[in-house]
Ligand binder design. Structure first.
Ligand SMILES: [Cu+2]
Length: 160
């Protein structure tokens, strides 16, 4: 029994190292990353997966970072043939669901008023506030989005 428990912990630890994830109550935040920005860019975008392991919906209601004046919650979708971003007041994750944020569409976090450009290989702290669960600090890695936009592929960069 104890041995099984110990083994399970090792697996979880290994998973965390590989996937770069963070836990808050029943939420798991997997692999926060931001795409590099050109010099003097004013905005940047952050993506990650949120797994909600509880039965009830969770809501991300705000975010902040010390490298940007503010962090907005955004949604991006086609509107009459044009990709448009809009700010949303919250991002909801249904119970027992995983929300995947990816470059190219859908939800993401927008860094507004960047104080420095984002360079691949850098990382910075980001604070996320959930309606029920409260605040968590995560580390965001700056890296190129891989082809197809899957952050899961980005995990492999850190194995070697
Ligand atoms: Cu945006």
């Amino acid at each position: 029994m104890l041995r099984t428990f110990f083994f399970a912990c090792l697996l979880i630890l290994a998973g965390q190292l590989a996937a770069h994830d963070f836990h808050l109550a029943d939420l798991r935040l997997v692999h926060p990353f931001a795409t590099p920005t050109p010099p003097s860019a004013q905005v940047g975008a952050v993506y990650f997966d949120i797994s909600n392991e509880s039965n009830t919906p969770a809501r991300l209601v705000s975010a902040r970072a010390n490298i940007a004046d503010k962090v907005e919650l955004h949604d991006m979708a086609m509107d009459e043939g044009i990709m448009k971003m809009r700010q949303v007041s919250q991002i909801e994750i249904a119970g027992k669901e995983t929300l995947k944020m990816r470059p190219g569409g859908g939800y993401h976090l927008m860094l507004i008023g960047l104080q420095e450009s984002l360079t691949a290989g850098d990382s910075f702290p980001l604070w996320l506030t959930f309606e029920q669960e409260g605040e968590i600090r995560v580390d965001v890695w700056v890296e190129e989005a891989s082809e197809g936009g899957a952050a899961a592929d980005a995990h492999h960069h850190h194995h070697h």
